[in-house]
Design a protein around this ligand. Structure first.
Ligand code: BES
Ligand code: MN
Ligand code: ZN
Length: 521
């Protein structure tokens, strides 16, 4: 999707979208008529030209500008073609409750409507937004330029498609929309909106890269081809280093390597580095679970649960996306992304329930269930990352447990941390970007549940508090770094379009991580 910023054009046969806020109905001094959305001068002109069709449609549909309100008016084009042929009006809700995430969602809704129509271009009339904001007494928490950039971001993200493997797309399923232009009649606003967009634009490519990786089928994406895709990543200043299975064996990563024993594609670690900060400042470390397919191993999953398991690498893909985002926007921070890539398969050579493996940091693990593999991967990646990079903070993302879906559904990721300041920073970053998290408790009582009678620990508990037990296991591999774990099993994939994401891979975590890095810049 092409995103442009310019002065409004006549947009003769195109679609113009407006976003308007919900007027404050309770303002006593104002008349009832004031609760109607405020239209910008150009739209008011179109309304007049078309005999009041817009105002009548608004009244007829009792359109008040509530978040989620949508209305499309087809205008008569007989009046010299000065009117936009179609006008889409979107509610933004109350001014005081406008957030980046909400504005992005409106941008996404505009794109979704546009993608379903015949027009190749949409203009989003920022003057309407401005007029609407000025009419109320509340001040928004975002500048007009930021609102423009968030509208653009949401619209661009919602336009994502993964058509690589579809050979027969019906013409009526193929969207016509190719460009979205945010317009303002104020040249200074256009300029500042462009600048705000430059700050956000890197997220689009980053999130699309993440979604592509997550969408790829597991016969195409395995630890080896994943590394090849990363090595093809040519972004100035972003370095890529691969550790192959021989190097991992030499380093003593028995936990990670054990998971890959049943697969012909052996485990890899990929390290992405961005050094945009001060020379001596410790990096922020982002760690990801990259199980390219999780059959469960010899503790085989039932068929239905296995269908989803190509996206068991979504944590790693979010880390890769975040690295792309920070590198593309040339963040003034040092950030390292470390992902553990492995395929969990059953085979004569696969690890068995009952095996004891030795992790990179020397601790021994009794593997009682080969399907609790994500924690084995992360154990080695976390302790290696901590030892090699001495990061200021370390955050891991993983589709770690089905239990997190039972607890939180598809609305929040689970947050676990050994440091409350870091947990608060992550919660705030997530709230701002619309990738919300919910923190779970951790304690010695839960930690005890993974004590083994024959090794230092076992990889499963008693089946209760499954997500916390997984997090407690990871915690044993972090020495003294502020660390947080995000269990994103419920967030990586969506069966329906939601917010800024079409159905399928969501790219969840890229925005949160990029915002988190910003908060330390
Ligand atoms: N990759 C799964 C977790 C998962 C399940 C993600 C469903 C997305 C949807 C993970 O490796 C796993 O299998 N976890 C087990 C842990 C159990 C054996 C302790 C689980 O959740 O059942
Ligand atoms: Mn598993
Ligand atoms: Zn898994």
């Amino acid at each position: 999707m092409k995103i442009n910023f310019s002065a409004p054009t006549k947009n003769k046969n195109g679609v113009t979208a407006l976003a308007v806020t919900e007027a404050e109905a309770e303002v006593s001094s104002k008349s009832a008529a004031k609760t109607e959305p405020v239209l910008s001068p150009i739209v008011a002109e179109w309304d007049k030209e078309s005999g009041g069709i817009i105002v009548r449609a608004l009244a007829h549909h009792r359109f008040k500008g509530k978040m989620g309100d949508e209305l499309e008016v087809i205008l008569p084009t007989s009046k010299g073609g000065d009117s936009a042929s179609s006008l889409m009006i979107f509610g933004m809700g109350k001014v005081a409750s406008l957030t980046r995430a909400k504005v992005g969602e409106i941008g996404a809704n505009i794109a979704a409507r546009g993608l379903g129509g015949n027009s190749s271009a949409i203009e989003i009339d920022l003057d309407s937004v401005a007029a609407s904001l000025e009419s109320g007494k509340e001040k928004p928490g975002l500048s007009l330029a930021e609102i423009a950039a968030e509208l653009a971001l949401g619209a661009a993200l919602r336009s994502y498609r993964f058509d690589k493997y579809r050979t027969k797309i019906k013409p009526e399923e193929q969207p016509n929309l190719t460009s979205i232009t945010i317009t303002s009649s104020d040249a200074a606003v256009v300029k500042s909106a462009k600048a705000a967009w430059a700050e956000r634009e890197s997220l689009v490519e980053a999130i699309e890269f993440t979604k592509d990786l997550v969408s790829e089928p597991p016969n195409v994406l395995n630890p080896i081809s994943y590394c090849a895709a990363l090595e093809r990543l040519k972004i100035a200043g972003l370095s890529v280093e691969i550790l192959d299975d021989k190097q991992l064996a030499k380093l003593g990563m028995g936990a990670l390597l054990g998971v890959g024993l049943g697969s012909p594609h052996r485990a890899r670690i990929a390290i992405l580095e961005w050094n945009g900060g001060a020379k001596k400042s410790k990096p922020i470390a982002l760690v990801g679970k990259g199980v390219t397919f999780d059959s469960g191993g010899l503790s085989l999953k039932p068929a239905k649960s296995m269908e989803d398991m190509k996206w068991d690498m979504a944590g790693s893909a979010a880390v890769v996306g975040a690295m792309i985002a920070v590198a593309k926007r040339r963040a003034r921070a040092n950030v390292v992304g470390v992902v553990g890539l492995v395929e969990n398969m059953p085979d004569g050579a696969a690890q068995r329930p009952g095996d004891i493996v030795k992790a990179y940091d020397g601790q021994t693990i009794e593997v009682l269930n080969t399907d609790a593999e994500g924690r084995l991967v992360l154990a080695d990646v976390l302790s290696y990352t901590e030892k090699r990079f001495s990061p200021s903070i370390m955050v891991d993302l993983a589709t770690l447990t089905g239990a997190i879906i039972t607890a939180l559904g598809h609305e929040n990721a689970g947050l676990f941390a050994n440091d409350e300041k870091l947990a608060a920073a992550i919660s705030a970053a997530g709230a701002e970007e619309g990738e919300t998290v919910w923190q779970f408790p951790m304690s010695d009582a839960y930690d005890k549940m993974i004590n083994s009678t024959i090794a230092d620990m076992k990889n499963i508990g008693d089946g209760t508090s499954g997500s916390i037990v997984g997090a407690q296991f990871l915690k044993r591999f972090v020495k003294d770094t502020a660390w947080a774990h995000l269990d994103i099993a419920g967030m990586a994939w969506s069966d329906k379009a939601k917010g800024t994401s079409p159905k399928g891979a969501t790219g969840w975590g890229v925005r949160l991580l990029d915002r988190l890095v910003r908060s330390y810049e």
